[in-house]
Design a protein around this ligand. Structure first.
Ligand SMILES: Cc1cc2nc3c(=O)[nH]c(=O)nc-3n(C[C@H](O)[C@H](O)[C@H](O)COP(=O)(O)OP(=O)(O)OC[C@H]3O[C@@H](n4cnc5c(N)ncnc54)[C@H](O)[C@@H]3O)c2cc1C
Length: 577
């Protein structure tokens, strides 16, 4: 297998398409960052992913995690690679500098994360939950909690985990049963069982910091009665040194379809000691800080899988000879022509790269809005982050999986056989559509909370924002047609949902798909506007042409599909299913 990190794209997007030097110059926290530092970080992230992480991914192909009496062992091939990842300070790249973080923009973090996901998704899961946990503690923790945990998390000496799900409560966290009883010393005693906990227990770090959702005895019912607790594996003594083992343990490992190097446990909290993070009964809001970060990150996971799959498929299509070109033999001395002569193979490869390259731009754009929201207190950026996070999570992961399946198809039967590795990318990519809130739930979040609840105003601001940017004139007209389509579909949903309560859920998946395609159309038109007149730029223009001619027309079908009312899905009786 091969992997090379998209360094050239990263620099093109940062410096040409989004002109970050101009944006950062207006943000006090980022004013002093210079281009050469950014280029050096990208080069080093690229080296680490393409060499160390990708090598450990290939070496660990046949290993998984082991469970031994409550102890969980991560693949042994991960150990050195994880050490290199953490000792390089990568988990603190966008962390708070007051506690040992590097304070770099999230935009840069997005590019680096994609590389880590692509090169070893299972390994990076130990990292991303650590980054998310530190962000949550930094946003909601007391000064003492920040001092106690952040530096160790940024350095990867300790790792993080997020414990929400219970066997009867996944999407619906309002019905969780895990209990937290207050103790006289201000701490809490937690009892309950969580399932599917990524990096909940493993041997890659000396301590594991769980962020656990639980209910206080007098909590109001539903989501308003959930609190968030820090529940470390090892407690600390008054000097901050590790002391006794907390009373929780891994009950078993989950046996999964993919990402088998990532340790996913059932965790039993058996009178475990925990510490309130944020306010009582405000746990879900606090957890959303972590979840929003993780959602963008999981979108980038999808993108990473899509790019890894594309690289295998493009190389295979060049090397594999099969059949002859419709134009007559192109490889006259060979027994057959390469797969690249077949228009249908080119369609599959183009589809993958059109989604990947626009997805990279989209992830970066959402990262830019996060930077502006958190470091410049920009109200439009805050609105855009809320609106676009569910799209980034679901659309990037859907397209990543679609791309992985297309890559498998390019390989033919060899894509189904283990030795080429493409089937593993398909298995690994699938989870990004499911965890961190299923993509169905992301679509509902977009339609119900982000669109209908504010009468479509956030979408209006987004459209206005897009219309104020410069794009390639050749794509302007079709882009405008699609912006109008998104506008009228949005207004139609807001209006129709007043009388059809099932409408949001009935059309949400199609609406998110339409939204994603229109965003990608804008970004393609923007990328072409900035594309250089060389081979790299000409590939961008050709891929944009493919996107506009072959993928964007799907919005016409989606508009028609969304025009139907919810009775189409709701009329059939439950018994008939
Ligand atoms: C490998 C793996 C790792 C994970 N890691 C973690 C972790 O670290 N921490 C953690 O807490 N959890 C973790 N999870 C749990 C994951 O986040 C949940 O599985 C996911 O959120 C869905 O919950 P569920 O499985 O209970 O499905 P359900 O909630 O039962 O959903 C089933 C189906 O119904 C749909 N659905 C449910 N409710 C609605 C609704 N209101 N409207 C529309 N559709 C709905 C869903 O979209 C889905 O298609 C992990 C899961 C896996 C498989």
């Amino acid at each position: 297998m091969i992997y090379s990190a998209p360094e050239k794209d990263a620099e093109f997007l940062l410096f040409d398409v989004f002109d970050v030097e101009q944006i950062w110059s207006k943000i006090a926290d980022f004013r002093d960052i210079d281009r050469s530092t950014i280029e050096a970080i990208i080069a080093e992230g690229s080296r680490l992913s393409a060499q160390t992480l990708f090598e450990s991914f290939q070496e660990s192909k046949h290993s998984g995690c082991d469970w031994n009496g409550g102890q969980v062992l991560a693949p042994k091939e991960f150990k050195n690679a994880f050490k290199e990842l953490t000792s390089g300070g990568w988990l603190g790249l966008s962390g708070n500098p007051r506690f040992g973080g590097q304070g770099m923009p999230k935009m840069l973090g997005c590019l680096i994360e994609e590389m880590f996901w692509a090169s070893n998704a299972s390994l990076y899961l130990y990292g991303t939950l650590t980054v998310g946990a530190s962000l949550c503690i930094d946003s909601h923790g007391s000064e003492d909690q920040k001092k106690a945990y952040l530096e160790k998390l940024y350095s990867g000496q300790w790792t993080g985990a997020m414990a929400l799900t219970e066997s009867h409560a996944g999407t619906d966290l309002g019905i969780i049963k895990t209990k937290a009883e207050p103790d006289a010393d201000g701490s809490y005693t937690l009892t309950g069982t969580k399932i599917f906990i990524t990096s909940g227990e493993h041997d890659m770090a000396e301590n594991i910091i769980h962020l656990v959702l639980a209910k206080l005895p007098d909590a109001p019912p539903g989501t308003k009665g959930i609190s968030l607790f820090i529940v470390p594996k090892f407690l600390m003594d008054s000097n901050g040194d590790l002391s006794e083992r907390n009373s929780w343990s891994s009950g078993s490992l989950e046996h999964k379809m993919g990402i088998t190097g990532s340790a996913t446990s059932v965790i039993n909290y058996d009178n475990a000691r925990g510490f309130l993070l944020g306010e009582e009964n405000q746990g879900l809001n606090a957890m959303f800080t972590m979840m929003n970060y993780e959602r963008l990150s999981v979108g980038l996971q999808g993108l990473g899988s899509g790019d890894l799959a594309y690289q295998q498929a493009a190389q295979y299509a060049k090397d594999r000879v099969q059949g002859r070109s419709p134009r007559g033999p192109q490889n006259e001395n060979g027994v057959a022509d390469s797969l690249l002569v077949h228009p249908d193979v080119r369609r599959m490869l183009f589809t993958q790269r059109a989604y990947n390259e626009a997805g990279r731009a989209f992830g970066l754009f959402v990262g830019m809005q996060l930077d502006l929201a958190n470091h410049a207190d920009d109200p439009v950026a805050k609105q855009l982050v809320d609106l676009l996070t569910p799209v980034a999570k679901a659309f990037l992961s859907d397209k990543g999986f679609e791309g992985a399946v297309l890559a498998q198809q390019v390989f033919g039967g060899h894509g189904y056989i283990k030795e080429w590795g493409v089937e593993q990318i398909v298995r690994d990519a699938r989870i990004a559509q499911i965890y961190e809130g299923t993509n169905g739930v992301q679509a509902l979040d977009l339609v119900a909370r982000k669109v209908i609840k504010d009468g479509g105003r956030a979408v209006q601001s987004f459209l206005e924002y897009v219309r104020n940017t410069r794009v390639d004139p050749g794509f302007e007209e079709v882009l405008e047609e699609n912006l109008n389509r998104l506008d009228s579909v949005t207004q139609g949903i807001v209006r129709r949902s007043q009388t059809d309560v099932d409408l949001p859920g009935a059309v949400s998946a199609d609406y998110l798909e339409l939204f994603g395609l229109v965003c990608y159309a804008w970004l393609w038109a923007k990328m072409v506007h900035h594309a250089p007149n060389d081979e790299y730029g000409s590939a961008k223009k050709e891929t944009a042409r493919f996107f506009f001619h072959r993928l964007l027309p799907r919005t016409v079908f989606l508009e028609q599909s969304i025009a139907s009312n919810s009775d189409v899905v709701m009329t059939l009786s439950d018994d008939a299913f």
